[in-house]
Design a protein around this ligand. Sequence first.
Ligand code: ZN
Length: 95
Amino acid sequence: MIAVLRRLRSLLSPGRRRAIVCQRVVELLTDYLEDALPRAERARLEAHLAGCPHCSEYLAQMRVTIELSGRVESTSLSPAARRDLVNLYRQWQTG
Ligand SMILES: [Zn+2]
């Protein structure tokens, strides 16, 4: 887990606070989709989603996955899913 975060962070230029927030949002999305988040946390997450096309897109992809599989697995943020996220940030950085 820590190793994943370090790797993600290493892909991002320093000072991109928004990207760090995005990492946190992605970590919380499974709980969000399961309605397992405290209300304050949920509100903060929704506020971020409203202003962040990257996380909105990621959420949309997760919703599709859930529709196909019928439920949120705690393993749904698999290494593959995180790899997708890293690719997303790469595209974002290179424009
Ligand atoms: Zn975001």
